[in-house]
Design a protein around this ligand. Structure first.
Ligand SMILES: *Cc1c(COP(=O)(O)O)cnc(C)c1O
Length: 437
């Protein structure tokens, strides 16, 4: 493919994507395929000779789409949202076009510098304490990771190195192995300090945890993967109170801030805690600028060496939506979850299982876990909407997460009527079976 064909095909692909997203509500949200569906549909090794773009393109609808779960369908209410917007899609194209690997400042200065400034923008949007910002000569700063899980692992590794060094300076007779064997990580059954847990979007009390961590010299990492985006709205910002006690903080704009996967934002108060743990300086990666407030080598802030120009997505989205546009997006989702909450509350057969704070409603039929498993099964077999369950203590619970950028009140109402009808059908047969037994 030469540049002339790329121009033509690129435009066709943009049209295909725009059509896909514009008419996504016409597609069944969850596919009909069985495990292993794909292998028989394509050759069992790569083609020896090149194929045409047309050949590849026609296989998208034939081979790929039948096996796609449509995360951006307004009938998708599973997991948590995966962010998507047109500005982010365009930025991702540019990222691919530039195609740099920005592991150091010198490897592509714009890639590093835009990321530092975007993380400052984002930090200011959620009113993070100044110490987390890079500014011109700050000791803190932000970095884009691939996922919240990576951010948590990085915090754990950085905390480990920091504690080992502190212990070694206090008790030089101890070896690294002695210290390693005595390290302790404290966690709840949701892992670390969390704002917006995955099963039910509950919030740890940072203002209680924080002072204990400070007093005991414990690294506090806060995971706000989903909920973090909501803190751009002043009415939700209080949920972040206590972040000033943390050493590191993370949330995923790729969940709820319209920046396509992957873009997980992580901040630390002391960048030296990360660079101290991960620094590697082989000669071929050194350059004549030293790491300082102005020169950052992000490879010391992450596990991989290579990194994409992901801050372009943030830059496009923050500029083209503005803070107010993003606030509207969050508020619409929260409004829709309260709409669903009210529908559940009006039906005596159902109960709510957790407080609805943001865009997630946890609910179930009053009754056994088996009954609720059967309800979820009938919902996901009908494939008109898609949900996933969770366990809250011993209870099997259905999660209804407002996900799509384009979901509206009508979709929520439809989803509820559908669930309610399936529950009616289920309860009829369920009671008959109970009588027979
Ligand atoms: C979604 C989620 C994660 C996992 O996010 P990844 O970026 O996929 O690793 C971690 N923690 C919480 C609270 C989440 O909601």
């Amino acid at each position: 493919m030469d540049a002339a064909e790329f121009r033509k095909r690129g435009k066709e692909m943009v049209d295909y994507i725009a059509d896909y997203l514009e008419k996504i509500d016409k597609r069944q949200v969850f596919p009909d395929v069985e495990p292993g569906y794909l292998r028989p549909l394509i050759p069992d090794c790569a083609p020896q000779d090149p194929e045409s773009f047309e050949d590849v393109f026609k296989d998208i609808e034939k081979i790929i789409m039948p096996g796609v779960t449509h995360w951006h369908s307004p009938y998708f209410f599973a997991y948590f949202p995966a962010a998507s917007s047109f500005p982010a899609l365009l930025a991702d194209m540019l990222c691919g076009g530039i195609g740099c690997v920005g592991f150091s400042w010198a490897a592509s200065p714009a890639c590093t510098e835009l990321e530092t400034v975007m993380l400052d923008w984002l930090g200011k949007m959620i009113n993070l304490p100044e110490e987390f910002l890079a500014g011109k000569d700050g000791r803190g700063g932000g970095v884009i990771q691939g996922s919240a899980s990576e951010a948590t692992l990085i915090s754990l590794l950085a905390a480990r190195t920091k504690t080992i060094r502190r212990m070694q300076s206090e008790k030089p007779e101890l070896t690294e192995a002695d210290i390693m064997g005595r390290l302790v990580a404290y966690a709840s059954d949701q892992f670390c300090a969390t704002l917006g847990t995955t099963p039910c979007c509950s919030f740890d009390k940072l203002v209680e945890l924080g002072p204990i961590c400070t007093k005991e010299n414990i690294w506090m990492h806060i995971d706000a993967a989903y909920a973090g985006s909501a803190f751009i709205c002043p009415e939700f910002r209080h949920l972040l109170n206590g972040v000033e006690f943390a050493d590191s903080f993370n949330f995923n704009p790729h969940k709820w801030l319209l920046v396509n996967f992957d873009c997980s934002a992580m901040w630390v108060k002391k960048r030296s805690d990360l660079t101290g743990a991960f620094k590697l300086e082989p000669l071929y990666l050194q350059h004549h600028h030293q790491e300082s407030g102005l020169v950052t080598d992000y490879r010391h802030w992450q596990i991989p060496l290579g990194r994409r120009f992901r801050s372009l997505k943030l830059w496009f989205v923050l500029r083209m939506y503005g803070v107010t546009g993003l606030q509207e997006h969050i508020r619409k989702h929260v409004r829709l979850s309260h709409q669903f909450e009210h529908l559940v509350l009006q039906d005596e057969r159902f109960e709510l299982c957790a407080e609805v704070v943001l865009g997630l409603v946890c609910f179930r039929l009053k009754g056994s876990n088996d009954l609720n498993k059967a309800l979820l099964e009938s919902i996901n077999e009908a494939k008109k909407i898609h949900l996933v369950p969770c366990h809250l203590r011993e209870k099997f619970v259905l999660r209804f997460a407002i996900c799509s950028r384009t979901v509206e009140s009508t979709h929520v109402k439809f989803a509820w009527q559908h669930i309610s009808q399936l529950a009616t059908d289920l309860l009829k047969t369920w009671e008959q079976n109970q009588h027979q037994q």
